[in-house]
Write a protein that binds this ligand. Sequence first.
Ligand code: FES
Length: 120
Amino acid sequence: MATTREAGSAALLRLCRADEIGEAQSRGFDPDDEGQDSLFVVRWQGQLHGWRNACPHIDGAPMAWRRDAYLNAEGTRIVCHAHGAEFVPDTGLCVQGPCRGERLSRLELVVIDGELFVTS
Ligand code: FES
């Protein structure tokens, strides 16, 4: 069950400690207890980026080939396992594959006292 917090008019859902996601690592989250990860976070060049776990090629298609595996082996691109689309980790732009030119849907992240939250 996600921990919620208020920040202005936005509700914040706690995901984890921010330092649990290292450089070129990714992690999926199921903050609404839907039974599958609805979003994922990657750390790229020191910054955390949050994305909906939904490929723009086929809307709603989950992207990881196994739990938390959203990046290629080099940690340089987000990869959709279904048909191999590759996305730039900090912009979400697809640069290779069937949805080239389309983007992932960004989610706003907030770090408060070392804890990582997504806005809802
Ligand atoms: S569903 Fe992601 S590349 Fe086809």
